[in-house]
Design a protein around this ligand. Structure first.
Ligand code: PHE
Ligand code: CO
Length: 294
């Protein structure tokens, strides 16, 4: 998303992308923050059934692969029966970490997105993918946003990191560091892995909601790199949007994310301007691959 565009231009882009077909999101009934009503009663039984199938497919894959924080929070959320009522989980989440869930029509402008995060509100898309998108969907839907992202927001440290990321986004917009900062979101919040005593586990929502990448990302000997997260290195690294990731950054703890993003990034953005970006799948001389071929 380009953040320099006006709301009108943003909506025009969304309409264009929809290729003339009906808009998936209803951008006509939102407030100034792109927040809409979920209108839970409007979901069809076929949609609830598709949710259950998506849920069951992921649950068969996640034990021993997803991090404990995700598995435990998900179990408590109790969202296996159908598309969840946002309000219910939102109340539970607020009690746990002070975050709330807000319903949005789909993609929203970056400024709006950062503003939500900075205020501990997580935007969740209201619509569900179509059955033919069971294995792959190009834009986030309610299954990705809710199933993938919400459970980790019950973890206090990760929840604090997400708020700080929103604040950092607002600052990066002023400093011209958006491309760099977006890479950090991608490689942590969406595709992050974490080291645990039991082995490497998944915490990134983009993997957790994906049918194929859950297994792929933990398979030794693929062409993808698994390397320890270094924030500056991550900010320089390009990512793949239409295939499995070629680089996974592995953290040791959520505290590492929180502490690593505490410093002022102004000098980092400055420094990176004069450095080349790194293609995904780069391995630097001093880096160790954490999942090499067996
Ligand atoms: N601390 C960073 C800054 O001063 C902002 C930031 C927060 C970046 C969280 C990433 C994640 O710019
Ligand atoms: Co996401």
């Amino acid at each position: 998303m380009d953040t320099s565009v006006s709301n009108e231009d943003f909506l025009a882009t969304v309409a264009e992308k929809s290729n003339g077909a009906a808009l998936r999101g209803d951008y006509a009934h939102m407030d100034a923050h792109y927040v809409v009503q979920q209108d839970w009663a409007a979901y069809t039984e076929a949609e609830h059934d598709l949710w259950r199938k998506l849920y069951q497919r992921q649950m068969a894959l996640l034990p021993g692969r997803a991090c404990d924080e995700f598995i435990e929070a998900l179990a408590k959320m109790d969202i296996s029966a159908g598309i969840p009522v946002f309000e219910k989980t939102s109340k539970e989440l607020f009690a746990a970490t002070g975050w709330t869930i807000v319903a949005v029509p789909g993609l929203i402008p970056e400024l709006t997105f950062f503003d939500h995060l900075a205020n501990r509100r997580f935007p969740v898309t209201v619509w569900l993918r179509k059955p033919e998108e069971f294995n792959y969907i190009v834009e986030p839907d309610v299954f990705h946003d809710f199933f993938g992202h919400v459970p980790l927001l019950f973890n206090p440290v990760f929840a604090d990191y997400m708020q700080r990321y929103g604040q950092g986004g607002l600052k990066a917009m002023r400093l011209g560091g958006l491309d760099e900062l977006a890479r950090l979101y991608w490689y942590t919040v969406e595709f992050g892995l974490i080291n645990t005593p039991a082995g490497i586990r998944i915490y990134g929502a983009g993997i957790l909601s994906s049918g194929g990448e859950v297994e792929y990302c933990l398979t030794p000997g693929t062409k993808s790199r698994h390397i320890r997260l270094d924030i500056e290195r991550c900010l320089r690294t390009l990512y793949k949007i239409d295939s499995y990731q070629e680089t996974y950054f592995v953290i040791d703890s959520y505290q590492q994310l929180f502490d690593g993003t505490a410093p002022d990034f102004t000098p980092i953005y400055q420094k990176l301007k004069s450095m080349d970006v790194l293609p995904a799948n780069t391995l630097l001389a001093d880096e160790i691959e954490l999942l090499p071929a067996l």
